[in-house]
Design a protein around this ligand. Structure first.
Ligand SMILES: NC(=O)c1ccc[n+]([C@@H]2O[C@H](COP(=O)([O-])OP(=O)(O)OC[C@H]3O[C@@H](n4cnc5c(N)ncnc54)[C@H](O)[C@@H]3O)[C@@H](O)[C@H]2O)c1
Length: 342
């Protein structure tokens, strides 16, 4: 690992120049503690376009990034099936890694990567950005401080504005591993280890989801060892934008995170008194601050040598929850996570 001093900025390579790669590239360029050095993507034209925007170099060969001693850390924002291979190669090259969710769709691939990477896997961070949303973080801090007494129930509503295209759904691994994975991490963030999952769902409106045996609407109940429950409500569509709400209910009260708008201006008129602007449209807008704070946490963990959080293990456990949910949906029963060897 290249020595890092507080005065230096962290040299960064990004794998993937798609939607999330572009978010990370912009944030790396914005952060005085990091410098974008490389963008790597088999779509060299896309890598070049993104790299040029921030004065970085482009390549379609990961070795160019991994053999550059100025690269101290990489952000793996490529397509999901490439995550574990790029993570292991990067760890072996002595780089710190922030890997996007999900780590992989299959547990055996994740476990093989963990074994291949060795002890430095503890420095791999997983991109569960919602933990860094300032509102979610505040609710979490206040729950931990005991403000609502004993946490008894967590409710998460998470609805995307529109379903992804059919080609994406076909390789997504299903709603639970692709979309609900963020909510599983939220549940674990608040409740700690989950012991059982019950999931039910239907394909109500998406022919594409139906065609690949997936659901577009789901309700799940997760429980921890103490019996604290988390209810998750998901939909692949929502006519009023990206519906992201969370409520922590405890013995002394509740704390809620509501939807956000670009403006707090409220219209009052003769025919209506209401906010007329829709809620923020999708993750790029809603979690813009979260991605920036996530990156800062990653950079701080590199500078301090303290392992980042959420960790590789957090990424793995969220996938276990998703696999349990999939089994619950197909078998119509509560599934204990111990069935997956936990
Ligand atoms: N944390 C979040 O909020 C969030 C949001 C969106 C996507 N994601 C995750 O990020 C990943 C990418 O999603 P996206 O929406 O940006 O997809 P995308 O399809 O827009 O971009 C993926 C890019 O990765 C490139 N790629 C494929 N193989 C590669 C390889 N071996 N090396 C480098 N690049 C490679 C593709 O050519 C493409 O340009 C997915 O795993 C997704 O689940 C996370």
């Amino acid at each position: 690992m290249t020595e890092y001093t507080e005065a230096a900025t962290v040299g960064i390579g990004i794998f993937g120049s798609g939607r999330i790669g572009q978010v990370h590239a912009a944030n790396v360029a914005l952060n005085p503690g990091s410098t974008l050095l490389w963008v790597c993507d088999p779509r060299l034209d896309a890598a070049t376009e993104l790299a040029q925007k921030y004065g970085a170099r482009a390549t379609d060969n990961p070795n160019d990034v991994l053999s550059d001693p100025a690269v101290q850390a990489v952000l793996v924002g490529s397509s999901t099936p490439t995550h574990m291979d790029l993570t292991v190669q990067s760890v072996r090259a002595g780089k710190r890694v922030l890997c996007e969710k999900p780590l992989d769709l299959e547990l055996d691939v994740i476990d093989a990567a963990r074994a291949d990477a060795g002890p430095d896997i503890e420095h791999v961070m997983v991109g569960f950005n919602r933990r860094f949303d300032p509102n979610v973080a505040e609710v979490h801090r206040r729950v931990e401080a005991g403000e609502i007494g004993q946490l008894e129930q967590l409710t998460i509503i998470s609805r995307d504005p529109t379903p992804p295209p059919g080609e994406y759904l076909a390789v997504s691994g299903g709603m639970f591993r692709d979309m609900t994975i963020h909510d599983f991490d939220m549940a674990r963030f608040f409740l700690g280890e989950i012991t059982s999952v019950y999931a039910t769902g239907s394909a109500l409106f998406s022919d594409d989801a139906r065609a690949v045996g997936d659901v577009d609407s789901a309700s799940l109940i997760l429980t921890n060892a103490a019996g604290v429950q988390c209810q998750i409500i998901n939909s692949r569509h929502c006519g009023y934008g990206y519906d992201q709400r969370l409520e922590a209910f405890g013995s002394l009260g509740s704390l809620r995170v509501g939807n956000q708008r670009d403006t707090t201006v409220v219209f009052d008129g003769a025919s209506a008194t209401d906010v007329k602007n829709p809620i923020q449209n999708f993750f790029l807008e809603r979690y813009a601050a979260a991605y920036q704070i996530e990156l800062q946490h990653f950079l701080t963990s590199i500078a301090s040598g303290v392992a980042p959080s959420p960790s590789f293990e957090d990424g793995r456990e969220a996938v276990v929850c998703a696999l349990a949910a999939q089994r619950s949906l197909s078998e119509g029963r509560v599934v204990a996570l111990s069935e997956f060897g936990l």
